[in-house]
Design a binder for this molecule. Structure first.
Ligand SMILES: Cc1cc2nc3c(=O)[nH]c(=O)nc-3n(C[C@H](O)[C@H](O)[C@H](O)COP(=O)(O)O)c2cc1C
Ligand code: SF4
Length: 599
């Protein structure tokens, strides 16, 4: 081994040892490598390829796939402004420009001294306390011009992040309405003890009786999933907690993990008990890196209390432990099969289904994938029984739901409601007086106009994974849809053509309309491409990507129409534009130097 390699080894060997040189832990190994070196240099890729017996090209493909892995140096301070539509509404664009001009940088550029790079990223899950940014993956919330100036000074002085004012990094829970999940006091072992008393079949029976449906978005009945996994052939089973929470406008899982992690881990342990799994994996989005140490500490405490580990609570053979894996900035990894690919150390591309994870999941073994909130709610069912739980909500949507409320309202934050709550009641509670539209369920969800505010949050009416973004009278719904479309274009994994091409096409068409060059032809194209995306895309990302455009076209058509310069026809060649250089030479820009345009 060369001299270079032995010093390289000094950096990489402890990381490799920590992950037992397991290639399935590639994501974690790359993350820690980058945390040490600021980026992942070529020599580290070479070293890891040899140490993990992986093809170099595989490691490079993983680095290329994830937005938060870098194979070339970024700034010592990597600043990423959260760019959800709610951040825009809170003024992130002006703050970004302010910071760029202070460092005389363009967006995405690294300063020549290597000190700083500034760019945008998709929603960071801080919509209730934005605008927000990430600096070296740690969130700074409640940005203002003053705070931006302070950050610039701290960076110029090369102040380590640990010495920055701690209030910069405050992430509030903002829980503003509690129902059973957020108000029930429960000792850390209580639900688990009750599940053990019930036995595996008994606990499953309670889940069935509750008719509980998963809270990750699709609303699949949890007991059905657990039973399929429990009965699937295979020696080893897994429980996966989906904490990817990448849907723009959603932040309720952040709050559950910040303040109810015991409950989440207990739910995972109960799931493990029922299906017969001995390992649980949490897939935590990279934007929530700031919680990692605390979550590890909670797992350690649970191990000490014999709530994780071997023979849990004295039950011979009931072994279950939890590992936390971090994502690296890819929305598609919230899709359960992409998430499993990522957990296995690969690019997060959705698998072909069937087979489903319940029978062929992590490492090809039966796996239950559930959302963070699903795991937490499970403890209530264990504790109080399925019939009790079934008594809340509506016929097809039992229990309560957490909503992440953001946008044009006085009191953004977390609200827990029983299913069946009307939209207008929610708007009243959070102080949204002039709401014109609500985007329920994030960018891929449903856009509701004012005449629909009597509708209800429920799987049978308006389903949601939790996002609830409010747009007041003065908002431009065309721009909202354009922001979401840019998001989907950016997040498409590129695996299938309809989504890769379709999201780009729709995004480009919206940009064309925004620049005043759209016609009815483009409007028709939007609907046509949306249909194509919806019916031919491989996974839910592509299938729902055109939805915000479709909804706003139906409900807020004037916001599109008023941008159409020519109604029916846009000449392929703009003669007036082509004459611009001639006008410049003649130093003329008066009306008669222009060709007439349609008024
Ligand atoms: C593009 C895409 C992103 C998703 N993101 C998430 C996510 O961040 N969190 C989540 O729980 N489910 C997400 N899902 C849904 C998961 O695929 C899966 O249905 C869910 O984790 C199952 O959990 P549940 O049964 O508890 O609802 C996403 C689906 C798609 C298509
Ligand atoms: S629909 Fe989009 S995100 Fe899903 S697999 Fe196809 S390209 Fe990837």
């Amino acid at each position: 081994m060369s001299h270079v390699n032995s010093s390289v080894g000094g950096v990489l060997e402890p990381i490799l040892d920590r992950y037992a040189r397991n290639p399935h832990h590639l994501m974690q190994i790359l993350r820690e490598t980058q945390e040490r070196l600021d980026f992942i240099p070529e020599w580290a890729v070479d070293y890891l390829a040899e140490a993990l017996a992986l093809a170099r090209v595989h490691i490079q493909a993983v680095i290329d796939f994830y937005a938060f892995f870098y194979d070339s140096p970024r700034g010592k301070y990597r600043v990423l402004f959260s760019d959800n539509v709610t951040d825009r509404m809170q003024g992130n664009t002006a703050l970004l420009s302010r910071m760029l001009s202070k460092f005389a940088l363009d967006q995405g550029q690294v300063s020549s001294d290597g000190l700083v790079s500034i760019d945008t990223t998709s929603c960071t899950g801080m919509c209730d306390q934005g605008p927000a940014l990430l600096v070296n993956n740690y969130p700074v919330t409640q940005l203002s011009s003053q705070r931006i100036d302070q950050i610039c000074e701290l960076i110029k002085a090369q102040t380590p992040l640990v010495e920055w004012p701690s209030e910069f990094f405050n992430v509030e829970d903002n829980i503003l309405r509690r129902d059973v999940l957020l108000s029930t006091e429960m000792a850390s072992s209580q639900a688990l003890k009750r599940a053990i008393e019930l036995g595996r079949e008994g606990m499953l029976a309670e889940m069935k009786a509750s008719e509980f449906r998963g809270r990750g978005g699709a609303g699949f009945t949890t007991a059905v999933k657990w039973e399929a996994c429990k009965n699937a052939p295979g020696e080893t089973r897994y429980v996966v907690c989906n904490a990817d929470e990448g849907e723009p406008g959603t932040f309720k899982d952040r709050v559950l993990l910040a303040s109810f992690a015991e409950r989440v881990f207990e739910g995972m342990t109960i799931a493990g008990y029922v299906i017969g799994a001995s390992k649980g994996l949490v897939y935590l989005r990279a934007e929530y890196r700031f919680m990692l140490e605390k979550l590890h500490a909670i797992c350690d405490a649970r191990r000490k209390a014999n709530l994780l580990g071997k023979d849990i609570l004295g039950q011979k053979g009931f072994d279950f432990d939890i590992e936390i894996h971090m994502g690296a900035g890819a929305y598609v990894c919230g899709e359960e099969t992409a998430l499993i690919e990522s957990l296995e150390g690969k690019p997060g591309r959705p698998r072909i289904r069937p087979p489903f994870p319940a029978t062929h999941g992590y490492l090809g073994q039966p796996t239950v994938v559930n959302n963070v909130e699903t795991m937490a709610q499970t403890t209530l069912i264990a504790q109080n029984g399925g019939a009790w739980y079934h008594g809340m909500g509506t016929n097809l949507s039992t229990g309560t739901k957490l909503l992440s409320i953001a946008g044009d309202c006085d009191r953004p934050g977390i609200y827990e409601y029983t299913f069946g709550v009307r939209i207008d009641k929610i708007l009243e509670d959070c102080g949204a007086r002039n709401a014109m539209a609500v985007q329920v369920g994030g960018a891929s969800g449903t856009c509701l106009a004012r005449h629909e505010f009597g509708r209800k949050i429920a799987f049978e009416d308006v389903p949601t994974s939790g996002a609830f973004m409010i747009f007041g009278n003065n908002r431009d719904m065309f721009e909202v849809a354009r922001n979401f479309m840019h998001f989907f274009k950016h997040e498409s994994c590129g695996f299938c053509t309809p989504c890769r091409v379709g999201t780009t096409l729709m995004s480009d068409i919206l940009d064309k309309i925004a620049s005043g060059k759209g016609t009815h032809y483009e409007m028709n194209e939007l609907s046509r491409v949306h249909q194509l995306l919806r019916t031919t895309s491989h996974c839910g990302l592509g299938q729902s990507a055109g939805r915000p455009v479709y909804d706003t076209l139906q409900k807020f058509r004037p916001s599109y129409d008023r941008r159409l310069k020519h109604k029916d026809f846009e000449p392929a060649f703009d003669l007036d534009d082509a004459l611009a250089s001639a006008r410049e030479i003649m130093e003329r820009d008066d009306v008669s130097a222009h060709l007439g345009t349609e008024s």
